[in-house]
Design a protein around this ligand. Structure first.
Ligand SMILES: *[C@@H]1O[C@H](CO)[C@@H](O)[C@H](O)[C@H]1NC(C)=O
Ligand SMILES: *[C@@H]1O[C@H](CO)[C@@H](O)[C@H](O)[C@H]1NC(C)=O
Length: 369
């Protein structure tokens, strides 16, 4: 960090923070912001009147506190593991009352289970934070931080931050394919729906850029047809459900293309595509190679593949979560999340485009020194 070249500012901040009873921020800490759906929600929905929640046993069974936190995982989720990699504590949910003062400088998690690119995705979950509202909270967050450290330092904190955006799966699972003859499936043939989603997604990413984000990791969708819920509901003989696989196969390459065009327009590699489809497919096609006994059966659930209904205290629960790729009918286990984040960090350009996160962290720390 270039603190030494701006002598007055850090001093003023330190005085301010000491006055307010805070420790000075760590020079190396990089803020982290998270946007998206249940794959990355760390508990915002706990504060909302919604059915999309993970706030009771056995969620969190392997979390350090062994309690449910709102994370859709047996333990840590992808943002937690990314925070570990950044050497930071986990970012708090934006709605958490604990997110005040110094903690704001670590970043914030705006994600909300059930949401999608479109406003009409996840309507059955009633009160969730749709993506435009998440972005509005991000603007509000910056005003709050500005009151703490001033507008210039806030702009710097945001532009130097890492941002994670995970969106799109629900636009299929909880919209287009939610019920037979859904409104969107009557309106659009699948290829046209995907084109529409990508055009709306582009506006969302452009808005994030406008709000100051400069390093944004964007994950595509996983193999939607291969989650235990879809194998149970639509798969034939335990195979991945064809129509959802087709949706992911259309969506992901167009997302990567759109991101590369957006970077070209901006003239900088602001957005990084993570090929979550391929990352998941690796352990779905050869679970044993990753130490999983199965990638089809969820650890927690009921019915075929433990894929029907919610994961609750009444569900089947596997004794060892580490040997299951899926924790519940839709969400990876902590151990699967670790493999995914590993690829974010060091994956080749088959997984990460235009480069992986370890390269980015090295580049950015050089730029700041
Ligand atoms: C979704 O809602 C937001 C406001 O909440 C609005 O700005 C945006 O245009 C809407 N998107 C579409 C595609 O209607
Ligand atoms: C990803 O990271 C590793 C270092 O961890 C590096 O050797 C490799 O070249 C990187 N790949 C790409 C495509 O950036």
């Amino acid at each position: 960090m270039e603190y030494s070249s701006h002598s007055i500012f850090p001093l003023m901040i330190s005085i301010l923070l000491v006055t307010l009873g805070f420790l000075p921020p760590l020079a190396e800490a990089r803020a982290f912001f998270v946007f998206g759906d249940s794959l990355v929600d760390s508990g915002n929905n706990n504060y909302l009147a919604t059915t999309a929640r993970a706030d009771s046993y056995p969620y969190g069974i392997d979390y350090p506190t062994h309690r449910a936190t709102g994370r859709f995982s047996n333990g840590l989720n992808i943002p937690d593991i990314l925070s570990e990699q950044l050497g930071s504590e986990s970012t708090l949910p934006y709605l958490s009352p604990e997110l005040t003062g110094e903690k704001l400088l670590v970043g914030a998690n705006f994600a909300s289970a059930g949401i999608g690119i479109l406003n009409d995705t996840g309507i059955q979950f009633i009160n969730i934070i749709r993506i435009h509202a998440q972005l509005e909270f991000f603007r509000q967050y910056q005003q709050r931080v500005s009151a703490l450290i001033g507008p210039d330092e806030t702009e710097r904190l945001v532009s130097e931050a890492l941002v994670l955006m995970t969106l799109g799966g629900n636009d299929f699972v909880n919209n287009y394919y939610l019920v037979p003859f859904s409104a969107r499936s009557r309106q659009f043939a699948l290829p046209d729906y995907v084109v529409y989603l990508i055009s709306e997604y582009r506006k969302i990413l452009a808005r994030l850029y406008e709000l100051g984000a400069r390093r944004v990791l964007v994950t595509g969708t996983g193999p939607l047809g291969c989650v235990p819920a879809e194998i149970a509901l639509r798969g034939r003989n335990g195979e991945c459900a064809a129509e959802l696989q087709e949706a992911a196969a259309l969506f992901n390459p167009q997302l990567e293309q759109m991101i590369s065009e957006l970077n070209n327009d901006i003239g900088s590699d602001v957005f990084i595509s993570a090929n979550a489809f391929k990352m998941h497919m690796d352990f779905i096609s050869d679970p044993q190679a990753y130490g999983f006994v199965t990638s089809k059966v969820a650890c927690c659930g009921q019915g075929p593949y433990n894929g029907i209904g919610l994961c609750t205290i009444a569900s089947n629960l596997c004794p060892n979560r580490d040997v299951y790729a899926f924790w519940d009918a839709f969400h990876p286990s902590e151990r699967a999340n670790r493999f995914i984040v590993q690829q974010f960090m060091i994956g080749s350009n088959k997984y990460m485009n235009p480069m992986n996160l370890s390269t980015i962290l090295a580049l950015d720390s050089r730029a700041l020194n």
